[in-house]
Write a protein that binds this ligand. Sequence first.
Ligand SMILES: Cc1cc2nc3c(=O)[nH]c(=O)nc-3n(C[C@H](O)[C@H](O)[C@H](O)COP(=O)(O)OP(=O)(O)OC[C@H]3O[C@@H](n4cnc5c(N)ncnc54)[C@H](O)[C@@H]3O)c2cc1C
Length: 305
Amino acid sequence: MFTMMNHARLNVGLEGVGIAERAYQRARAYALERVQGKPLLSGSTTIAGHPDVRRMLMDMKARTEAMRALAYFCAGQMDRAAGHADAQEREQALALVGLLIPVVKGWCTDSAQGITSDGVQVHGGMGYVEETGASQHLRDARITTIYEGTTGIQANDLIGRKLAREGGRTLKALLGRIDGDARRLAEMPDAALAQIGGVLAASARALGDAADWLLAHDDQPAQCAAGAVPFLRLAGTVIGGWLSARMAEAATAQLAARSGDAGFLGAKRATASHYAAHVLVQAPMLRDIVTGGAASTLALADDQL
Ligand SMILES: Cc1cc2nc3c(=O)[nH]c(=O)nc-3n(C[C@H](O)[C@H](O)[C@H](O)COP(=O)(O)OP(=O)(O)OC[C@H]3O[C@@H](n4cnc5c(N)ncnc54)[C@H](O)[C@@H]3O)c2cc1C
């Protein structure tokens, strides 16, 4: 039922997740060992006590967890599309897989560039030289946005075959689910979940606005294509943020039931809050690039580039 290409693209997306995870593990281990300067955070004696190093580690962790959740969610939909007893469920899952595959491939590998680069930065000068292995992760990540269809090709597939051809139907259905979860979370007494829900609701609106703009301008293919990669980044940011929010909600429920590892579950909540405050808040900015950025992208003649 699925093309070989869908599997190959899912797998390259997972390659981005795997390299990002390894870069995070290496950076975390180094930050907990390297002593330099006077840490501002009490209890820390190493560079992990510098808030900017924390920021990089939290970005790496939060983004990688959202990427992994997106790739697994897509894989789950592939299973549903192949094996669900209900034909309508199979059909809906298949449409969702079609929409998600370019996002998994394009966004997870694109994000791995920044994550592995931050991994080098956490190592300082030791990251730039080869001994630590940090720069090897950056180089390994670099190919993943190129082979099995570059990010530009994934983004064209997303806005063309996956969005415009069906009038945005599958994305709108998914946005309905995201918006429902976001509103529910935003009204919870739990302040952390409410904050995540509020940001998620605004980011879902931004993705809907950008999709509406692309659909309304599909008679201007160059303008739409100019915003294709920002749109793919926006889709990944928001869908990854939705799954991050769901993980936080599930962790909260387990904590309340006193089941599972409290340290791990508390970290899940904090990581999702970081994703909302640092990554998901970028959604309106990406929306503005899609809807207002084409003119400058296309302004210069070839001999002016
Ligand atoms: C290490 C490695 C392993 C590889 N393994 C394989 C393999 O096993 N099998 C295989 O078949 N291939 C393989 N490739 C080839 C790989 O798939 C191509 O390099 C890749 O698809 C990009 O094609 P290209 O190099 O011709 O670049 P180009 O197509 O020339 O792309 C150059 C730039 O133009 C952009 N671009 C091109 N067309 C468009 C468009 N229509 N819209 C928007 N932007 C566009 C691209 O996004 C890119 O930024 C491998 C490549 C490498 C480096």
